[in-house]
Design a protein around this ligand. Structure first.
Ligand code: B12
Ligand code: SF4
Length: 480
């Protein structure tokens, strides 16, 4: 008999919602796009939505739901009822979210409800987290979660649970959640692998998720078939990390007739057979970390699989196979000066990157980048909620080498505006040569998001005190 109630919470980071907020006019436009593309591809119906369900929580839910009653609260789209009856509150958190996680924990602790934290930040900095939660969980939950539940039942919750073992994918259940309901884009989310074999210095993946490993292709095919999924999102850090296993997966997916998207890395730039199989198995969009156009930056970041002179080639190869590209670029590496923004924007437009995304370099704790910058005395801000590489609300948390922090932030905002300027969207997509409805829709959503960025203020600040956009002075005439 289940006699305990566990809340699983994903804290929000901005005052509204993470990704998309659809006005009535947006709904009509996105609805039209969806209708012409695929009538089964529902657009989100929630008044605000985020693109992705919080997979950490759904991984946990799948692990514990047979033993306890579970309520999943994604604060990006749900309100937290702080008066709800619960025996344990489990919170997941990245570094950006951790301040909000502390606030949530405090509310429940005041009522005497025990709280536990796990995930990327808790794994990197367990001692810090211990100050704010009864229980801190380090590493992949599959290694300790049964002990947590046993101790919850006995009333003997420990202050620390640690798993240092890399758990096998057979031990990691598939996510189980209902994707209808309009809070998220309606992709069925399945991990084929966990972690990543590469060692980029700014990434915290190995320290959280152990060594790279994959599931059996048969189990993935069976899961997709059982769920009747037609649109699948593989949230793997790098689906093609092991090209041989990736080939087996793509062969397995071919008969299913699904459409899918995922993240890949440049290690497959010259593997034409794999790219063919990817397209034939239903891939319509890949996200790639190009990161920088400067080979010296690539070398310092240890992203050795990226060959800058092969970027145009892989873009062309993917477009030839009608696979659209979400291209991720990071600003703030040591070789970057104030000319990097224009150079990158021009490359993106010329090569027709379908969906560009910019990030500001961020030294997340427990990464090589963090350790190096700390040693060099270049970390100037230790407030974790400012470790947000996406929204550019704050000045970068470190001192860049060849520009000021202000220049770096304004450059990121400028680049975002430039690539999503209407005329540049058309130029980009014309150069890409793929006029796919979901890509047009995604460009529309990204452009709206950039336009309404000033509404997405950080949730841990008092909004009346801080509007980080008021002081911005971007000259529109500079836009490419
Ligand atoms: C897929 C992914 C995404 C997806 C989906 C995220 C989502 N909705 O959950 C998308 C693309 C949307 C995304 C967005 C972002 N991401 Co991301 N993402 C990843 C990636 C590559 C894989 C995550 C994954 O597969 N998780 C699978 C789940 C099952 O693993 P898990 O979360 O670790 O959870 C396990 C354990 O940690 C534990 N656990 C987790 N929480 C809890 C809580 C409790 C109480 C317990 C007991 C256990 C427990 O149990 C789980 C099962 O074992 C990671 C890399 C990584 N190291 O994790 C980056 C990563 C998490 N992302 C990162 C970042 C920075 C972001 C963004 C800010 C922007 C970006 N892309 O750079 C946004 C913001 C996300 C946010 N919530 O704030 C960073 C976070 C760094 C940090 N220190 O904070 C990471 C680590 C990558 C990196 N650059 O190093 N991301
Ligand atoms: S390839 Fe991607 S996931 Fe792998 S270490 Fe580098 S940045 Fe992290």
């Amino acid at each position: 008999m289940k006699n305990k109630h566990v809340l699983l919470i994903n804290p929000k980071t901005v005052n509204k919602y993470y990704h998309v907020s659809l006005s009535p006019i947006d709904r009509i436009i996105t609805g039209f796009f969806s209708w012409t593309y695929d009538k089964n591809f529902d657009i989100p119906t929630h008044s605000h939505c985020t693109t992705m369900p919080p997979i950490s929580l759904y991984a946990l839910e799948a692990l514990i739901k047979d033993r306890v009653n579970v309520t999943v609260i994604d604060e990006q789209v749900d309100e937290i009822d702080f008066n709800i009856n619960a025996d344990l509150v489990c919170i997941t958190s990245t570094t950006t979210q951790i301040k909000r996680a502390y606030q949530i924990s405090e509310q429940f602790l005041k009522r005497g409800v025990p709280t536990a934290i796990g995930g990327v930040h808790a794994t990197a900095l367990p001692d810090e987290c211990q100050n704010y939660f009864n229980t801190v969980c380090v590493g992949e939950a599959e290694g300790y979660i049964d002990n947590v539940l046993d101790d919850l039942n006995k009333g003997t919750l420990q202050f620390r649970y640690v798993n240092k073992r890399t758990i096998s994918m057979e031990e990691a259940p598939f996510y189980q959640y209902d994707i209808s309901g309009g809070k998220y884009l309606p992709f069925h989310v399945i991990n084929f692998s966990r972690s990543c074999p590469f060692k980029c210095d700014f990434c915290s993946i190995q320290s959280t998720l152990g060594s790279y490993r994959t599931r059996s292709v048969e189990s993935v095919v069976e899961e997709i078939t059982k769920a009747g999924a037609k649109n699948v999102w593989f949230p793997d850090a790098t689906l093609t990390a092991n090209p041989k296993r990736a080939m087996e997966l793509f062969e397995g997916l071919k008969p299913l007739g699904i459409k899918w998207l995922s993240q890949i890395t440049m290690n497959v730039a010259n593997n034409d057979r794999l790219l063919d199989a990817m397209a034939e198995s239903g891939c319509w969009l890949v996200s790639i970390g190009f990161e920088t156009l400067n080979a010296r930056n690539i070398k310092t970041a240890s992203k050795m699989q990226n060959k800058v002179d092969e970027y145009s080639k892989i873009i062309e190869k993917l477009h030839k196979r009608r696979i659209a590209i979400e291209g991720n670029f990071v600003f703030g590496f040591d070789e970057d000066d104030s000319s990097v923004f224009d150079t990158t924007v021009k490359f993106i437009i010329k090569s027709g990157i379908d969906l560009p995304e910019f990030y500001v370099l961020t030294p997340y704790p427990d990464t090589v980048l963090y350790k190096n910058m700390k040693k060099e005395g270049r970390i100037v801000d230790e407030d974790w909620s400012h470790y947000d590489n996406t929204h550019f609300h704050y000045l970068p948390v470190f001192q860049p080498k060849n520009m000021s922090r202000e220049e770096l932030r304004e450059g990121c905002l400028y680049a975002d505006k430039a690539v999503y300027k209407f005329t540049n969207v058309i130029r980009r997509l014309k150069n890409a040569g793929i006029w796919r409805t979901p890509v047009l829709l995604a460009n529309y959503i990204y452009a709206s998001r950039i336009k309404s960025r000033h509404n997405l203020l950080p949730v841990t600040e008092s909004i009346s005190d801080v509007n980080p956009y008021l002081d911005l002075n971007i000259d529109d005439s500079l836009l490419v």
